[in-house]
Write a protein that binds this ligand. Structure first.
Ligand SMILES: Nc1nc2c([nH]c(=O)n2[C@H]2C[C@H](O)[C@@H](COP(=O)(O)OP(=O)(O)OP(=O)(O)O)O2)c(=O)[nH]1
Length: 170
């Protein structure tokens, strides 16, 4: 849903693709995927956590879900637990992959492994100078990384369905 995408990013981008889509690079290209673990932290009231990308990284200042690159030998869950501890100072509970998407940026072709996270311990400590914000739909922050658009659409659809179902209950 377009309302989740506040501003078009000012940098060049390719179309985001949905779960399980084939890589978009031309045949014979040497471009390999960068595997990324991403956490959708969900609070009891349905709010989700977004944070700004730290200075010095591509798309610095854009809002994103917390996460980072999967290192050699790590599972998605291990990478996510490490990244969220390094970046936010929290220790997450169980996390399994919910969706997989791809996005072709000028700086990297990324494969994003999205996990919903409903439990964690520790206090939030923005260790890379980020700003964090708990968000409900419609989002109040922008711009958001284009690679997160498909997942924001799915999450907004789920939120709308949940709202419609609860309004039908007697
Ligand atoms: N964390 C995160 N990354 C995203 C999202 N959407 C999206 O396209 N990406 C892309 C942007 C980056 O190209 C890649 C994540 O790489 P990164 O550079 O932030 O990872 P990292 O923290 O391991 O970085 P570094 O240690 O190499 O500096 O995934 C998102 O919502 N969250």
């Amino acid at each position: 849903m377009v309302s989740a995408h506040p501003e078009p990013p000012s940098q060049p981008q390719a179309e985001a693709t949905g779960a399980g889509a084939a890589p978009s690079q031309p045949q014979g290209s040497q471009r390999t995927h960068t595997e990324v673990a991403v956490g959708i932290l969900l609070r009891g009231d349905g709010a989700l956590l977004l944070a700004t990308r730290p200075p010095g990284k591509p798309y610095a200042g854009y809002w994103e879900f917390p996460g980072g690159k999967i290192e050699a030998g790590e599972t998605v869950e291990q990478a996510l637990r490490r990244e969220l501890h390094e970046e936010l100072g929290i220790t997450i509970g169980p996390a399994s992959v919910w969706r997989v998407t791809e996005h072709d940026y000028p700086h990297a072709l990324v494969r994003l492994h999205w996990c919903k996270v409903r439990s964690w311990s520790g206090d939030f400590d923005m260790r890379e100078g980020q700003t964090m914000a708990w968000q409900h739909f419609p989002l109040q922050v922008s711009p958001v990384l284009p690679g997160a658009y498909p997942v924001l659409d799915w999450l907004e659809q789920e939120w709308r369905q949940g709202r419609a179902q609860s309004s039908q209950k007697p």
